[in-house]
Design a protein around this ligand. Structure first.
Ligand SMILES: [Zn+2]
Length: 289
């Protein structure tokens, strides 16, 4: 199995919203905000090449929204999805599977693009199966008022209309705590978590004798490792806290590698148990594995 980092650039989100109840005097030491209180975050996707499967986990913001949307989130940086795929030796038409951890716009916006006539949308990965799960799909397509600004119908509904949508079989009810689905693909299991949004899927990937966990929005950055550092975006922050605790304790015990989608500086880290709880051990790029 080969893994490739697929950077799709940076964007900005409110620092306070990213750290919940943590005071600005603390989080701003690690994430100095700009004059609008915004901090910079990565949208770092991961390409998993396994046999003849090329699985892309998440795909960034995309480019189809209006100028006002982009003025708000300020995408920037040199990296693009196509450029990063090319650097890894691939083209978007090579992607066989688009695995969507959840359907918030910063994770799935690249799924759908304008067609060449710019009068409608089409799948941006024409040869791929798009993976979600039924519970999350229902949640995202009938959004509650709090998450409505994150679940954009232009990102979501055309996936179903394309006929390329498939659901991961989660078996039992997805609201059960820490439901793990092994071998969704060979060497690629999924943990269902429900604190950030309903039924977000966290990939666990076997690579070079280690387990790499694609943290998505369960742990946006190294600075979210202390348990109370939970995003205000989360619908059930106390559940996130428990889910984070379970995954961090497991990762500390088994020396798993945590891979960050949103940390602007760090790609990967390991963690260790300390007297104060699980804390950062070391950070490193994926290429160091
Ligand atoms: Zn996110």
């Amino acid at each position: 199995m080969e893994l490739h980092v697929i950077d799709t650039g940076y964007f900005k989100l409110d620092g306070g919203a990213m750290f919940g109840v943590v005071p600005k005097s603390l989080w701003s030491r690690h994430h100095p905000p700009d004059e609008r209180n915004l901090c910079t975050w990565a949208m770092r996707c991961l390409l998993v090449v396994s046999g003849n499967r090329r699985i892309l986990i998440d795909n960034g913001l995309g480019d189809k929204q209006e100028a006002a949307f982009f003025a708000h989130y300020q995408p920037h940086g040199d990296a693009t999805l196509d450029g990063s795929l090319k650097a890894a030796g691939f083209h978007r038409d090579d992607i066989t599977d688009v695995f969507l951890t959840h359907l918030h716009f910063d994770h799935c916006g690249g799924s759908i693009r304008w067609n060449s006539a710019r009068d409608g949308f089409e799948p941006a990965f024409r040869n791929a199966t798009y993976w979600s799960n039924e519970h999350h799909w229902q949640w995202a397509t009938k959004p509650n008022p709090r998450e409505r600004a994150s679940f954009l119908s232009d990102n979501i509904l055309p996936i179903r209309e394309s006929g390329q949508l498939r659901f991961v079989d989660v078996g039992r009810r997805s609201a059960e705590e820490n439901l793990f689905i092994p071998e969704v693909f060979p060497g690629f299991g999924v943990l269902l978590v429900n604190g950030h949004t309903d039924a977000m899927m966290i990939p666990f990937i076997e690579h070079k004798g280690r387990t790499l966990i694609y943290m998505a929005d369960l742990l946006p950055s190294v600075h979210h490792i202390p348990l109370p550092w939970v995003m205000a975006y989360d619908t059930r922050p106390l559940l996130t806290l428990q889910e984070k605790s379970d995954v961090l304790e497991l990762a500390a015990r088994q020396d798993h590698v945590l891979f960050f989608e949103h940390d602007a500086t760090h790609q990967c880290c390991t963690v260790q148990e300390t007297g104060k709880g699980v804390r950062l051990k070391e950070t490193f790029p994926l290429s160091a594995l």
